[in-house]
Each structure stands twice: as structure tokens, then as C-alpha cells.
Design a protein around this ligand. Structure first.
Ligand SMILES: [Zn+2]
Length: 68
């Protein structure tokens, strides 16, 4: 199910900050970390998130999603 954010994204593509590969927002997840002390959303592909990549300052819980 597309998130509200994905619906607003006109291009429906995003670039994974971990592996730098572009992909559909449907295959990306947003993980909230910290950048210079401020909350920041990092977009990574599900593959990287499932491999354990987390942004600096990540304090949430990511339970994993099945890769498409
Ligand atoms: Zn990736």
C-alpha cells in the first residue's frame, strides 16, 4: 500500500542513501535518523534496510519487510 508520501511524490522514484541506487518509492523505506542533531529522514531501499543499514542516530525499530 503506498504511503501518503509516495502519493505526493510525482516521480515515484528515490535514491537509496546507502547503496546510491535509484528505485521506486514502493521499494524504499524512510528511516528517521539525525543529521547535525536534527531529525532527518533517510530513504533506503528495502534490501539495504533488511541487511541492517541504519542512519546515524537511528532510534526507532525497523522490523523488516519482504523485498518485492
Ligand atoms: Zn540500498
Amino acid at each position: 500500500m503506498p504511503s501518503e508520501k509516495a502519493k505526493e511524490n510525482k516521480s515515484l522514484t528515490a535514491t537509496c542513501v546507502a547503496c546510491n541506487k535509484p528505485g521506486s518509492t514502493e521499494t524504499m523505506v524512510g528511516l528517521t535518523g539525525r543529521d547535525n542533531g536534527r531529525p532527518k529522514q533517510f530513504t533506503v531501499c528495502i534490501a539495504c534496510a533488511n541487511k541492517g543499514w541504519r542512519p546515524p542516530g537511528f532510534a526507532g525499530v525497523y522490523t523488516g519487510r519482504p523485498a518485492p
